[in-house]
Write a protein that binds this ligand. Structure first.
Ligand SMILES: C[S@@+](CC[C@H](N)C(=O)[O-])C[C@H]1O[C@@H](n2cnc3c(N)ncnc32)[C@H](O)[C@@H]1O
Length: 314
């Protein structure tokens, strides 16, 4: 069990609840020896406050990448979102380069702007007064350039509730200290993050593309010096979270597992806990640990960290 393979019958003979433990879902999945980290204790590298962002996973990512000899040259992230894992891996020297891939046009425009027009973006951040009227006006605007589009994404991401950009997302009404829509708008902090990203710009690649299509073409030929971090929208087993949070949320989870199993590239993949995913882990002989988290309503939830070999062992 310490290896983290799912044992099909290990849940029998005494449920966690009966044993008086935290009510983990009926369970043979071992708990990761690395706890979910308090996000405040990890450097925030992304200018986006991304729903489903993986800041809490950073200690796992460090442990995984530091254990690979020789150091990987390239980390590919086919569902990049806010890109916290790619940015951290490059900025902490855990890999030489990263390639972030994202299908959402608005998020893609943001990354293009951040990587190609950092100084101009910083000026726009400095000059913007995030009143409700200004944010509303920006949300109605049709951007003409990638810079305008990227800036619009940044503003909406930082002023909408939970950072959600998907259709139907609402503005942050009360925010921190009752500051409403402006409560997450920190020009100084954002400018610093853009400047650090600009400093590593040569090592950060971005592609507006379908991560699944990329894996279909490349998964078999990525090579030994490449690793994958895979964080798809969570929609397996009818779970709704991914549908509400992201405009693009249809992923063929079975095919994704197949591509990773056939590909031979080392990877870390995350999912929330769903029977369909546990069955896929079992089918492909992957290893899995669970990490206990608290969601925004302070309820316990369990995320899975899946690898092709034992990485997070006691
Ligand atoms: C769980 S989020 C990733 C969060 C990211 N790991 C972070 O820490 O910010 C999943 C992302 O996948 C994107 N996405 C969904 N389908 C995609 C596809 N076929 N190709 C590329 N990106 C996709 C969504 O737009 C969303 O940004």
């Amino acid at each position: 069990m310490s290896e983290g393979k799912i044992c099909p019958d290990a849940g029998e003979g005494g449920s966690p609840a009966a044993l008086g433990r935290v009510p983990a879902p009926a369970d043979p999945i071992p708990v990761s020896p690395i706890p979910a980290v308090n996000v405040a204790s990890v450097p925030q590298r992304s200018p986006l406050r991304y729903p489903g962002g993986k800041t809490w996973l950073i200690p796992h990512i460090r442990h995984w990448l530091k254990g690979i000899e020789p150091r990987p040259k390239l980390l590919v992230e086919p569902f990049a979102g806010g890109g916290i894992v790619s940015l951290t891996a490059v900025m902490e020297g855990l890999v030489d380069r990263c390639l972030m891939v994202e299908l959402d046009r608005d998020v893609a425009a943001f990354w293009h702007a951040a990587l190609r027009h950092g100084p101009e973006l910083c000026e726009m951040v400095q000059d913007f007064e995030p009143t409700r009227e200004a944010v509303d006006a920006l949300s109605r605007q049709v951007p003409e350039t990638v810079l305008e589009h990227g800036f619009r994404t940044l503003v909406l991401n930082r002023t909408r509730r939970g950072g959600i950009l998907a259709p139907g997302a609402s503005l942050s009404r009360y925010g921190e200290s009752g500051k409403g829509v402006a409560s997450r708008w920190y020009p100084g902090t954002l400018k610093k993050r853009f400047s650090v990203i600009g400093g590593c710009g040569q090592r950060i690649g971005f592609s507006e593309a379908d991560g699944m299509a990329l894996l279909e073409v490349m998964a078999g030929s990525l090579g030994d010096n490449c690793v994958l971090f895979v964080d798809p929208p969570y929609t397996a087993g009818g779970k709704r979270a991914g549908k509400r949070l992201y405009a693009h949320n249809e992923v063929d989870h079975g095919r994704l597992f197949e591509l990773l199993a056939d590909g031979k590239t080392d990877f870390v993949m995350t999912y929330d806990r769903a029977p369909e995913i546990e069955a896929l882990v079992r089918k492909h002989g992957f290893h899995v640990v669970q990490v206990e988290m608290k969601n925004t309503h302070h309820a316990r939830i369990y995320e899975l960290v899946i690898t092709p070999r034992p990485v997070f062992v006691h």
